[in-house]
Design a protein around this ligand. Structure first.
Ligand code: ASP
Length: 354
């Protein structure tokens, strides 16, 4: 959950800061921010730091280091993560919507051609990022949704499959039986204890998405964001991941940025576009991620002084420097994986507002 801090105290510390200095000083970013990850081109980064994320980065590195394109590398890495049945945030095995249907969102952007493609609410296809690439390369459109996106995928030979695993189905059934004290799912009242608002000690909703960003040896930049979206979402709900500028943005002159977490905030704030523009203005990728969190926090402060954004941001510039930030209080520092000629690095970013 978003971190709650004493906002009045916090604002008191920063009173008098001019608007121009906002992003550098409003939360003491210069003091708090670490220098960020320093990589070298070619490079690939992903917001996943688990085993699968690392394996994906290693496999994509084989391609990148052999002169492959950033676009091919991000697709390869995203595909590895999408088919992992253990990963409940992306592709196959991703947690479903409230009806028990897995609806996937994904986007791809290619800096070399300034082209983009995306799919939303796509059902039955394990690799939505590859369908997004088809939209980008084989149609004159950017975003396709639902049955139309599925038909497109099938027309190119993608196989329609059941994306639920035993694990994701068990999680969904558990959620359905515990989601409300007053609904009719689950056993009768005399057989249940519904005092717990949480399931198994975990928050009832789950976030999770993967961003993959890369710069290749030619200096071209590409990115993918792919997700099963907010767990138990309302049928048809689309998050930020397939919205270019929100869940993903790439600019060959600058770099790339991606988002995970509460998609609604990211859509409203065009956060990935914002991060790329911050980098264009001279901020490091690490600073750009923190700037985006601060930008969102400020959007809400008039309404809720204690609100902290529930997102994780990652960014990579065209020189190979990278960073990430989030404001989750309970989860320690945000991590991401980077692979370049120096090897594999699991980088720890900044917990914003800490
Ligand atoms: N950003 C995704 C969405 O809102 C979810 C996530 O990252 O967990 O759909």
């Amino acid at each position: 959950m978003p971190r709650a801090i004493n906002r009045r105290l916090f604002l008191g510390r920063t009173a008098g800061v001019g608007v121009g200095a906002l992003f550098a000083r409003a939360v003491g970013l210069e003091a708090r921010s670490n220098p960020g990850g320093i990589g070298r081109v070619p490079i690939l980064v992903t917001s996943h730091s688990n085993q699968t994320g690392q394996r994906a980065a290693e496999q994509a590195w084989e391609l990148l280091s052999a002169g492959g394109s950033a676009l091919d590398a991000v697709e390869l890495a995203a595909n590895v993560i999408e088919v992992d049945p253990e990963d409940t945030s992306v592709g196959y095995g991703g947690l479903p919507n409230e009806n028990g249907v897995v609806q996937l969102d994904a986007s791809v952007m290619d800096g070399a051609t300034y082209n983009a493609g995306a799919v939303a609410s796509l059902e039955g296809i394990k690799n939505p990022s590859s369908v997004a690439r088809l939209v980008m390369e084989r149609t004159d459109h950017v975003l396709m949704v639902g049955p139309g996106a599925l038909a497109l995928a099938k027309s190119f030979g993608f196989e329609e499959e059941d994306l639920m695993t035993e694990r994701s189905r068990a999680r969904w059934l558990e959620w359905r039986e515990n989601r409300s004290e007053s609904d009719d799912w689950g056993p009768p009242d005399h057989l249940r204890d519904r005092a717990e608002a949480r399931i198994g000690g975990e928050p009832a909703f789950h976030y999770g998405t993967v961003n993959v960003l890369a710069v290749d040896a030619s200096g071209d930049v590409a990115g993918i964001t792919t997700t099963s979206g907010l767990s138990w979402k309302i049928d048809g709900r689309v998050g930020d991941s397939p919205i270019i500028g929100a869940g993903l943005y790439v600019d060959n002159d600058v770099g790339a940025a991606g988002a995970t977490g509460r998609g609604e905030d990211v859509i409203k704030s065009c956060a990935s576009y914002f991060m790329v523009e911050r980098m264009r203005a001279g901020r490091t990728p690490q600073q750009a991620c923190e700037d985006a969190l601060e930008m969102i926090r400020r959007r809400y402060e008039r309404l809720n002084l204690d609100f902290m954004p529930g997102e994780k941001f990652v960014a990579l510039n065209r020189d190979g420097d990278y960073g990430c930030a989030w404001s989750y209080e309970s989860r320690g520092l945000p991590q991401m994986t980077a692979r370049d000629s120096g090897g594999l690095t699991v980088y720890e970013g900044v917990q914003f507002g800490a």
